[in-house]
Design a protein around this ligand. Sequence first.
Ligand code: ATP
Ligand code: MG
Length: 291
Amino acid sequence: MKTEKFLVNEGSKLDLKKHATDYTADYSDKKKAVEDLQKNVAKIRELQEVLYAEGAQSLLIVFQAMDAAGKDSTIEHVFSGVNPQGCHVVGFKQPSAEELAHDFLWRCQKELPERGKIGIFNRSHYEEVLVVKVHPEYLGAQRLPTSPDTDKNFWDRRYEQIRNWEKTLVANGTQIVKFFLNVSREEQKERFVARIDEPAKNWKFSMGDVKERALWADYMKAYTDALTATSTYSAPWYVIPADKKWFMRLAVSEIIVEKLKAMKPQFPVVSNEHKAELAEAKKALLSEPSA
Ligand code: ATP
Ligand code: MG
């Protein structure tokens, strides 16, 4: 699969109209995609193990999407093979009073993956230029020195703060890849109706989801501006077609495999001194008197 198709190139303006939400590349149905996803799940597991053993680099994976696009299930499927000890998944909801008493990156900084780990952000610092941009009244609770009313470049400065933060992370060993799961408005409606019709899915539905849906155009504008401003060579955004869940999961897994391979994790090299210690330990173990 050619994953560059989904990449938002640094410096180019994203045009969501050019990203079909139901695109499935050469896959005509689910069967082959599920098989290929399983192969990628296994590869992610292998590469993650080396990353962990190496203990020098980490990978941060960001997921953003409208409600019901499938963030949760993508995370569940793509990382189903990964050793839970090697990854850290965190969801970001409305900020707490404590979080609002700090700068907007604080709560994300605290959850970054340590060396050797994969960090998964289910929603992220990008909410601060998405939902907050659609609802600028939320900024009041942040008690900031400036606002979009007093500074016409307020949002551009936020994009810049995010770019700088991510640049610092990459320079310090945390690689970053960001996914926008791009579902159509029509498909979202069908999934909402299914959540209402099927009792086992009722818990997933909230009236707030319908309110945000009514602001669809504002959200698409916010996504377009944010992705255009923050897709960089070292922390790129990918726009993933999300109407067919099986294709979405496969595409995400493919990009993660590519990223992990590019990071070239290596098992630590055993020094001659350590090799001698290992030989010594083996000798001692084998010569233990039997109990
Ligand atoms: P799901 O619906 O799949 O359980 P979710 O991520 O949509 O998962 P919810 O509890 O439904 O979780 O919604 C979280 C809400 O919090 C979203 O509407 C999101 O936009 C909002 N949110 C996240 N970060 C911020 C933020 N910094 N400021 C304001 N709202 C935020
Ligand atoms: Mg929700």
